[in-house]
Design a protein around this ligand. Structure first.
Ligand code: SF4
Ligand code: SF4
Length: 347
């Protein structure tokens, strides 16, 4: 890995320069929540001053730049016995600034499924290839447990990754594109003082973690406690709203539907994000539902995050952002469920 530093003034020039040729997105302050805390969202920047580098958390994750809530996979023109299908996956070059390590790690996990699998997803791949990612270190929030699932640091999956060391950013360079960008906008060699500032900032970040989730034997517990009352205890609270999966940076379940217009001459195939907690997720023809009860659906969501993905890719799918815990009106969070599962095993 190559490292440089960039002054905050040059960082400003960098973002303004990138905005000339690309769509640049970053965290913007949108509103306040019921407690009066600021609500941020990744949105297109029209001006550098809109960029909130000190943002806390976005409710929904940057995943939706790569897997939108709804997207058109193809359109059709139908005429008598002829039909013509159009498929487009061109993406205007764009930059996302300020992504956290956990959200970049989430993308790397999605890459395993969407890019490296036997059936790559060309829509996702086109977006990934045409997006420059400039990540940003941050102090964890009280409920972040990314450290427990090894997602608090990131070494791949970005072009540049910044750590604030005062008057400058310490910059990890993750790609040729990243190198050219930082070089063009005044990247400097790392001095001894920069290294010291970087190390003390990393130590400071490390010391701020408050929440731990013990996932050491969770994959095994998922099998051993398959029939545990834990699932009913939490599942009975679940309202099957699907919010947890919508805000999760790694959930990627989806549905596909065809929209045919009334003239029967045009049609579109649409894909939309779905949630395994929704009541009809496992519904099949004949009205049979393989997972009719909320606790069974909740269990399988946790299975995918902490058991199935581990078996397939040797890592959990969850990156510990706790967005699902924040979004859930029933108070269901990975920490609460996994702590309960661990305690059940000890009882
Ligand atoms: S957000 Fe909470 S209530 Fe809604 S589906 Fe997820 S676990 Fe259930
Ligand atoms: S904490 Fe929740 S929202 Fe965040 S990655 Fe894990 S399952 Fe998804």
């Amino acid at each position: 890995m190559l490292y440089k530093t960039i002054t905050k003034e040059n960082f400003r020039r960098m973002i303004e320069g990138l905005m000339e040729d690309n769509d640049v997105f970053g965290p913007k302050w949108r509103d306040r929540d019921k407690n009066g805390d600021k609500v941020y969202r990744f949105l297109k920047l029209n001006d550098f001053d809109e960029l909130q580098m000190d943002y806390t958390r976005t409710y929904s994750s940057p995943k939706n730049f790569f897997i939108p809530f709804k997207e058109t996979l193809s359109t059709y023109d139908l005429a008598e016995t002829e039909w013509d299908q159009q498929i487009r996956y061109t993406v205007h070059p764009r930059v996302i600034v300020g992504m956290r390590a956990c959200d970049i790690n989430a993308l790397r996990k999605l890459d395993e499924v969407m890019v490296k699998s036997a059936f790559p997803n060309p829509y996702y791949f086109a977006r990934r290839r045409n997006t420059v990612i400039i990540g940003l270190d941050h102090e964890p929030l009280e409920d972040c447990f990314c450290r427990s699932v090894n997602a608090d640091v990131v070494f791949k999956g970005f072009d540049l990754f910044l750590t604030d060391i005062g008057a400058k950013y310490f910059v990890a360079i993750g790609s040729d594109t990243g190198y050219r960008i930082v070089d063009r906008f005044g990247g400097e060699e790392v001095s001894e003082a920069d290294q010291d500032a970087f190390k003390s900032m990393k130590k400071r970040i490390e010391s701020k973690f408050k929440t731990q989730v013990d996932v050491t034997i969770v994959p095994e517990l998922m099998d051993l406690e398959f029939e545990s009352e834990v699932w009913e205890r939490w599942g009975d609270k679940c309202m099957s709203c699907g919010s947890c999966a919508m805000v999760c940076p790694t959930c990627y379940c989806y549905g596909v539907e065809e929209d045919v217009d009334l003239s029967f001459t045009h049609a579109a195939k649409q894909r939309f994000l779905y949630s395994c907690n929704l009541i009809d997720f496992a519904m099949v023809a004949g009205d049979h539902n393989f997972r009719p009860e909320p606790h069974i659906r909740l269990k399988y969501r946790y299975y995918h995050q902490f058991r199935g993905f581990v078996e397939a890719f040797n890592q959990s799918l969850c990156v510990g952002c706790n967005r699902c815990g924040v979004a859930c009106l029933a108070g269901i969070s990975p920490k609460a469920v996994i702590d309960d599962l661990n305690e059940t095993e000890q009882r």
